[in-house]
Design a protein. Structure first.
Length: 63
């Protein structure tokens, strides 16, 4: 993902154990604007939360 403010490469690894699915996110983040550096972590957490919510909705529609 890249925009005018940040460049991000992320990987999500899904594992399944005892009927529980876990996701491990790994991110490499480059802030293009120094003033935005403190907000990067918040922004990524928000994007991850939205990703998981969208995934849950899509899976709920499948079953």
């Amino acid at each position: 993902m890249e925009n005018d403010n940040i460049k991000v490469h992320w990987t999500g690894v899904f594992t399944f154990d005892n009927c529980i699915t876990k996701i491990d996110f790994t991110e490499v983040v480059i802030s293009k604007k120094i003033l935005l550096k403190p907000l990067v972590k918040w922004y990524l957490k928000k994007r991850q939360r939205i990703y998981i919510q969208d995934l849950e909705k899509a899976l709920a529609n499948e079953f």
